[in-house]
Design a protein around this ligand. Structure first.
Ligand SMILES: [Cu+2]
Length: 141
């Protein structure tokens, strides 16, 4: 006689146990278009790693070739340079922003209001986010 009652009780339970931790993921993604012809666009976002160590190794978007860039002081001048990978500690948050880590998107032409950007990780995970497309001069949200 108890069984129908238990099933009814289970049906009332929420389902978050199956989902990934609510906090991890890619947030606030946007792409800054450079108005100068032929100049690359830049991509920014906040990345919150999951519970395992991982590394960002590539990024992809339709119609673009993307490099991972960092900015470092060289001979007293801030210069950006490509990096092959960005190691991520468990639960680490990394902000890609102007003056720091960023994506460089080459060959992007006539983007729409948003651009699907896929981040590729050493673990094999791939995360696609819709990045908001904004013109140069626009600050962070
Ligand atoms: Cu760059």
């Amino acid at each position: 006689m108890m069984k129908p009652l238990m099933i009814a009780a289970l049906a009332l339970l929420p389902l978050p146990a199956l989902a990934a931790p609510a906090e991890d993921g890619i947030k606030k993604a946007w792409v800054r278009i450079n108005p100068a012809p032929g100049r690359p666009a830049a991509g920014y976002f906040v990345m919150i790693n999951g519970p395992e160590a991982d590394a960002l190794v590539a990024a992809e978007a339709p119609g673009a070739r993307i490099e991972l860039h960092t900015v470092a002081m060289t001979d007293g001048v801030m210069r950006m340079r490509p990096i092959d990978r960005l190691a991520l500690a468990p639960g680490e948050t990394v902000e890609f922003k102007s003056g720091g880590y960023h994506l460089m998107l080459f060959g992007l032409t006539a983007p729409g209001k948003t651009l699907p950007v896929t981040l590729v990780f050493d673990s094999g995970a791939r995360r696609t986010v819709e990045a908001e497309v904004r013109m140069a001069g626009a600050g962070p949200r």
